[in-house]
Design a binder for this molecule. Sequence first.
Ligand SMILES: [Zn+2]
Ligand SMILES: [Zn+2]
Length: 266
Amino acid sequence: MDAFLADAAAAWLAELKPTLERYLIFTVAIWLALWVVLRPLLAARKIRDATPPARQLVTEALFSLRTMVIFATAGVVTWYMHRAGLYPLTPLATSWGAPWLAVSIVVGVVALDAWFYWTHRLMHDPRLFRRFHRRHHRSNNPSPFTAYSFDIGEALVLFGYVVVLPAVFPMHRDAMQWVMLYQIVTNTLLHSGYELMPARRDGRPMLDFIVTTTHHDLHHAQAGWNYAAWFTWWDRVCGTEHPEYLARYAEKAWRPFGKPALQAAE
Ligand SMILES: [Zn+2]
Ligand SMILES: [Zn+2]
């Protein structure tokens, strides 16, 4: 029993370390870059006039720490499931080499987007909202630290994705850590308060299928719209994209190709 506990503790610490490192490196770096160093240069890209108080950022960071403890536990659960042979697809997928690693990362991100869209919509049901998702929406005006500011229930929902996906899809052994890296970087940018996606000449986002910071900021301002966090597909197919999204986006976005002739004359 002692050996099992020592083994589990070592596995847990081995999982917590990279989760914390990813968070500290990327979340703090994005906060420092956008909110401190580049702040004067990005004034026109700032989505809201108000800036959240320091108190909010500290609270969010503390809840984020709790979320990472839960994520590390998810890592230990999957590690034991691997050892118990409950993920028979993984060794097979890993034997397919680097090309399958790339496929696994792409499938992992697309699956995460779908998982998040539908569980997020569910968490907005009044019967679930208080227990699962209220903490995240306490940040009406988000900061980079809002990214992991979750109730325990919401952290467990993401935990579920990490545990379930390798059971139903042949994921390369190394793919999930890349999916999680993509997840934390883009998640932090979505809450950064600055619109960084350049616009096309017609004012729409250059990569219109990607969820922009304005898109997710609108979700925090007016829940009931914009449930997706990575791709705009589900909101568009299901009619849940905020009707003013593109207009709000165009107000703040950088236009490297200038404004269309009609608008430039205004
Ligand atoms: Zn929400
Ligand atoms: Zn959010």
